[in-house]
Design a binder for this molecule. Structure first.
Ligand SMILES: [Zn+2]
Length: 433
């Protein structure tokens, strides 16, 4: 058991946690070290039940997990960098989600906060102008970086958990803090929803540092312009043949993939909302003088509503199969990521507004800012809303030296404590009895 920290000590601790996570970025489903540190901190907090592994993630619902070899390598690396092996053993292959639960004695609603933990495959800037490089907490893994602020989100979640015991007498119901893996690519949320993590949640608060909130002290109570999305791989298998001696015997998977990529960008659009389509990678062939027998395209579509995204997905799949038919090759389509589009509930946004207003760190409050991207937290929001609960996706302001997913992305660390205080003030309003 840790002795209770005063706010100044905890504020410092939150910064240290963020810097530690920033030094050790881990990609989706491979957040073993991060998740194990989270478990260690939570296990030392009085009254906190730590749930991990199969308890909080359904292995059958993992979207696009890495290979068994990659999992094994990630576990070894995490343990070599200080992860507690006992926690790592409970996380199996990619079950790196963690849920902190506080059950208060008095009755009340169940309030959940969701924070995400994964990093990105980006080489972090070593320039002195980049604070993590200058101050010695840049990534220790070349080619991996916390370039979206999820290190900060995880630290905020731990800060909130650390504050909870002091409120045990005044709060009723249940507080859940959900540490989600594999947000990037819209992969990890589905398995947590499938495991029933949100089956008892009455109010869900998701959030992000920065995005549209690009000034310190600014809080957006909600977010709109989520794009529903489907991310998918199309694999074509044809027949190899000598390009000079017997081209007529080949079935060209490369040309099939190229045709699909072009036609994906030529899909009809939908009057019901904005749409996007992108073929992001195309790998094909094995040699200059060989008719390519294999090709893979990584692609995605998006839409402002689930219905518009469904239309784009159906059309994209139809074109993918039609291209295969045209060239006489086989086609295999795998969905590897999904997110929905969820509205933020007015009642919960009002609670966020009141909570934000009570804090000296808040300089400005707006109702809603757009995201203009995709987030699989929407699957959690939709699950809570489907059972009659409320959900919102707030934004915590910070100046950004460079945009999200940029090698010089960074946050203002003062935003971390603003986030902790905001989450605690929301909990006060929802759980206070
Ligand atoms: Zn993010």
């Amino acid at each position: 058991m840790i002795s209770p920290m005063n706010p100044a000590q905890l504020r410092e601790k939150v910064v240290q946690w963020r810097r530690d996570f920033h030094r050790h970025p881990e990609l989706g489903y491979r957040e073993y070290r991060t998740a194990a540190r989270v478990c260690d901190v939570l296990a030392a907090i009085p009254g906190c039940t730590v749930r991990v592994g199969r308890d909080v993630m359904d292995p059958a619902a993992l979207m696009n997990p890495p290979s068994a070899e990659e999992f094994a390598a990630a576990r070894s690396e995490a343990i070599a960098h200080g992860a507690n092996p006992a926690w790592v053993a409970r996380m199996g292959d990619g079950l790196t989600g963690v849920v902190a639960e506080f059950n208060f004695v008095r009755p009340g609603p169940t309030l959940a906060f969701r924070v995400d933990m994964d990093a990105l495959p980006i080489l972090e800037s070593a320039e002195a102008a980049h604070a993590p490089a200058r101050e010695g907490f840049a990534s220790t893994h070349a080619g991996r970086m916390h370039a979206c602020g999820h290190d900060g989100h995880t630290a905020i979640g731990l800060g909130l958990a650390s504050l909870a015991p002091a409120h045990a007498a005044q709060w009723g119901g249940k507080l859940k803090i959900v540490f989600q893996p594999a947000e990037e690519g819209c992969c990890g949320a589905k398995a947590m929803v499938a495991a029933g993590v949100f089956a008892d949640v009455d109010a869900l608060v998701c959030g992000h540092l920065g995005t549209g909130a690009t000034r310190a002290g600014l809080i957006a109570c909600g977010t709109d312009a989520f794009l529903a999305t489907t991310k998918f791989d199309v694999e074509y298998r044809g027949r190899a043949a000598h390009a000079g001696m017997a081209p007529q015997d080949g079935r060209n998977a490369l040309l099939t993939a190229a045709t699909f990529a072009l036609q994906l960008h030529a899909l009809p659009r939908h009057a019901g909302g904005e749409t996007r389509a992108n073929a992001g990678t195309l790998h094909a062939g094995s040699g200059r003088n060989v008719i390519a027998d294999r090709a893979i395209v990584e692609a995605e579509v998006r839409g402002t509503t689930a219905a518009v995204n469904r239309f784009m997905t159906d059309e994209a799949f139809r074109v993918a199969r039609a291209a295969a038919e045209m060239f006489g090759v086989t086609c295999d389509i795998r969905i590897v990521g999904e997110a929905g589009s969820a509205p933020c509930d007015a009642a919960l946004k009002e609670i966020v507004r009141a909570a934000a207003k009570s804090l000296p760190a808040t300089h400005e409050i707006v109702d809603t800012l757009p995201l203009g991207g995709s987030e699989d937290a929407t699957l959690m929001m939709l699950a809570v809303q489907a059972r009659g609960g409320t959900a919102t996706y707030l934004q915590i302001g910070t100046a950004l030296p460079a945009g999200h997913h940029h090698p010089r992305f960074d946050i203002e660390e003062s935003a971390l404590w603003h986030g902790v205080e905001l989450y605690a003030a929301i909990a006060e309003r929802v759980l206070g009895v």
